[in-house]
Design a protein around this ligand. Structure first.
Ligand code: PEP
Ligand code: MG
Length: 749
């Protein structure tokens, strides 16, 4: 049966459009189940009815036939969201005869809902003339088939291939990743050249071209591996196999050697690629075996993808004059870094989730962003769009009234940001005068000019990864020293907390690929740098040298999961310090802290207090690890709850322990810059918050209108709730009372 199931799914996914796909489905299912009738209905939620889309065995020739949600056995399957298996369907109290279907000839009925991510997309039914009690195995076959069909349907729905709810034709939903509203032209970069258009071009420096090509090959391999993993859970083995093949080919020494040889002849990398790919494709095309002949197209596709990486290895600013809503397949920090901020109204990324580093960067830049949006970029490009970064809604070619509503929301938003900006230079404090240290998260952007950040008490988290990500190799000691010096010198009288390299997870270096099944649980942060003391020591020495004469450097260690890692890091920091202070006695010993983001550290705080000078809570990863939810995976983004009760309890525990052991503590995860999160944290007792530039003004404003003892009461209530939504709503109500709910447009949960 598994083979039949796979065959049906494969045939269905190969179809040109959804109608053809469903026709194939009903025919093949009848055959596989040895029955006479199979029908698929899709839900039209606006009209509360199920519409017959394809059938084998019922009277249907493309006219509209529908069954209200509330009626018949098909309606019952939808309502109960469960399979229904009846040998004598007509005896069931919910049976209803629909004359237009001509189903009176059928006695038995097996129906199952088609569910995608909790949403009922339709109902799949098989029927038979003679009474037949479908076996358990047959029932589970149909359930499995419906689950596979759901994935195909959801995908084609997102691609705009079918849409029963007429009013939604021009709207899409993604994950709200960076708040704000944008209205403007949608832009999708479809300017990547076709491999067949690459013209002959020569090069002067062959080793540079070879390096360029090698980088593209590595990036392509990493991308194919990611794709392979993503498709792994789906039954479409064809797609999976193609990625396997690509990876295999890219590792093929002969292909690599041929490419390099072509470059050695003086050809530019992309021109060399075209020639080699065409040669290989011709070779395959002339083979007698039909399977191998088919591979000619695969080779061409591989070449095309490689070309994409060749042209993308240097991210260039796109050539649009007016600011746009940018659509990208996967938002990366380098894309954001390459495009001037005044050219970006908003970003829509087809992949990713709200806590990926690219999403954090868009928040830092104050650019509304939506991640995991399922839409077909070509069909929305160049059209007028609205991006609602609060709700995750995208509207394409909106009606005049909707446009006017959003226009006035955008105006309100502008007024709000003018209002909060007026008091930016005042120190952060609550209404009752409790001073809050308000620090800045910096470094995700390639832009080192962070002088904009007046009105902060220092830098609470400087992420050092970006300069590593933007190079073709590890940056040198001198390069790093200069970079860190710029930051430290911008805040001569303030504390700057520099975090040592935290690569791994979703931050892979193109020149040092790390292949792991679970990158977030793998070789990441301090685990990597301790295994590479060479790289670690260069970075430590650079930080120390950059701080000479300033004395404001604090070093912070990421992804610490045990005391051993702290001890080993301290030894290396001491060694680096001895080395540099021997040459330059003006260099002071830095304060040293750790990120608290792995849950194991919650229990080790008493021991940690003896070893380090401060801790900083990384709520992004702490939430990920506490709730066992990938911060980057849009499928589970609903599970990633910022104010999940356990997250709130863990944060309270950390604060209380740090108080007890007199260990200074700051929050540097995204929660600190979120109005709901910030109020809860102040209620817990935290008095040091570090956040992105774009949040500084509004958090200051909100704090100034809030009373610390009221927040403490609020927290005491929040900590007793068992649902994250109730915690959120409690704080939301408080903001509403204070007339501050305008800062959270997502509304109540
Ligand atoms: C965190 O995990 O909360 C954090 C601040 O670090 P990053 O987002 O860079 O992983
Ligand atoms: Mg982290």
């Amino acid at each position: 049966m598994l083979i039949q199931l796979r065959d049906i799914v494969e045939q269905v996914s190969k179809a040109d459009d959804i109608h053809q796909a469903l026709d194939i489905l009903v025919k093949d299912t009848c055959k596989a189940m040895q029955t006479e009738c199979c029908t698929v209905y899709l839900a039209n939620n606006e009209q509360s009815r199920l519409e017959l889309m394809a059938t084998q065995g019922l009277k249907f020739s493309g006219q509209t036939i529908h069954i209200p949600f509330s009626e018949g056995l098909v309606g019952l399957v939808r309502r109960s969201a469960e399979p229904l298996n009846l040998a004598y369907a007509q005896k069931h109290p919910n049976f209803k005869y629909f004359p237009e279907l001509g189903e009176n000839v059928y006695q038995s009925f097996l129906g199952t809902p088609i569910i995608h991510r909790r949403q009922i997309l339709g109902v799949l039914v098989i029927q038979q003339r003679s009474p037949r009690s479908f076996s358990e195995v047959e029932e589970s076959f149909l359930v499995t088939l419906a689950a596979q069909l759901a994935v195909i349907l959801a995908h084609s729905q997102a691609q705009g291939q079918w849409q029963l709810n007429e009013n939604q034709v021009h709207s899409y939903k993604g994950i709200a990743a960076s708040s704000g509203i944008a209205i403007g032209q949608i832009w999708w970069d479809d300017t990547h050249p076709d491999l067949s258009q690459i013209a002959p071009a020569s090069c002067l420096d062959t080793s540079k071209e070879q390096e360029w090509l090698a980088l593209a090959v590595e990036s392509a391999i990493a991308d194919f591996r990611r794709m392979r993993k993503r498709f792994d859970s789906e039954l479409n083995k064809d797609t999976l196999a193609i990625f396997e093949l690509f990876i295999h080919l890219l590792h093929d020494p002969m292909l690599r050697a041929d490419l390099n040889k072509q470059i050695e002849k003086g050809d530019r990398a992309d021109w060399a690629l075209r020639q080699v790919v065409e040669l290989y494709a011709e070779r395959f095309a002339s083979m007698s075996d039909s399977y191998l002949r088919e591979r000619a197209n695969d080779i061409k596709e591989l070449g095309q993808r490689l070309l994409y990486f060749l042209h993308n290895s240097e991210v260039r600013a796109p050539s649009f004059k007016n600011p746009v809503i940018l659509v990208v397949r996967e938002l990366t920090a380098s894309i954001l870094a390459a495009i001037p901020k005044d050219k970006l109204l908003a970003v829509i990324s087809l992949e990713g989730a709200a806590n990926s580093h690219a999403a954090i960067l868009s928040r830092a830049l104050g650019i509304p962003a939506i991640m995991g949006a399922q839409l077909k970029p070509e069909s929305v490009s160049n059209k007028l769009g609205i991006v609602d970064g609060y709700s995750g809604d995208i509207f394409v070619e909106p009606a005049a009234q909707l446009l006017a509503e959003y226009q006035s929301l955008a105006n309100e938003e502008e007024e709000l940001s003018d209002l909060v900006a007026q008091e930016l230079s005042q120190p952060a404090a609550t209404k009752d005068g409790q001073r809050v240290e308000l620090m800045l998260n910096a470094g995700l952007s390639a832009d080192t000019n962070i002088a904009v950040n007046q009105g902060v008490d220092g830098v609470g988290l400087y992420r050092t990864e970006i300069s590593f990500l933007l190079h073709n190799r590890f940056p040198s000691e001198e390069e790093q020293t200069q970079q860190y010096r710029t930051i430290l010198a911008t805040y001569p009288d303030k504390r700057v907390v520099m975090r040592t390299l935290d690569i791994g997870g979703d931050k892979a270096l193109p020149y040092f690929p790390i292949e792991e099944d679970n990158p977030f649980l793998g070789w990441r942060g301090i685990r990597f740098t301790l295994d590479h003391p060479d790289i670690f020591l260069i970075q430590l020495r650079s930080m120390l040298k950059a701080s000479t004469g300033l004395g404001n450097l604090n070093i912070m260690l990421p992804m610490i999961s045990g005391c051993q890692e702290i001890d080993e890091s301290l030894m290396l920091i001491e060694r680096a310090y001895q080395e540099v202070s021997f040459i330059d006695p003006n260099i002071q010993r830095p304060q040293i802290g750790i990120m608290l983001e792995v849950p194991s550290m919650l229990y080790l705080l008493p021991m940690v207090a003896d070893k380090v000078d401060f801790v900083s809570v990384g709520t992004n990863d702490l939430t990920q690890y506490l709730l066992a939810v990938d911060r980057n995976n849009s499928r589970v983004s609903e599970v990633y709850e910022h104010v999940h009760p356990s997250v709130v309890m863990a944060l309270k525990h950390i604060y209380d322990m740090c108080q007890q052991y007199k260990l200074p503590v700051c929050i540097c995860g995204e929660l600190a810059g979120d109005p709901i999160g910030a109020l809860l944290l102040i209620g817990m007792g935290y008095r040091s918050l570090s956040m992105n530039t774009s949040n500084v003004a509004r958090i200051k404003y909100i704090l100034r209108k809030s009373d610390s003892s009221e927040l403490q009461d609020l927290l005491n209530k929040a900590i007793k709730q068992c649902y994250g939504s109730d915690i959120y709503n409690l704080v939301f109500d408080y903001l509403e009372q204070k007339d501050l709910a305008g800062f959270i447009r997502a509304g109540k949960k």
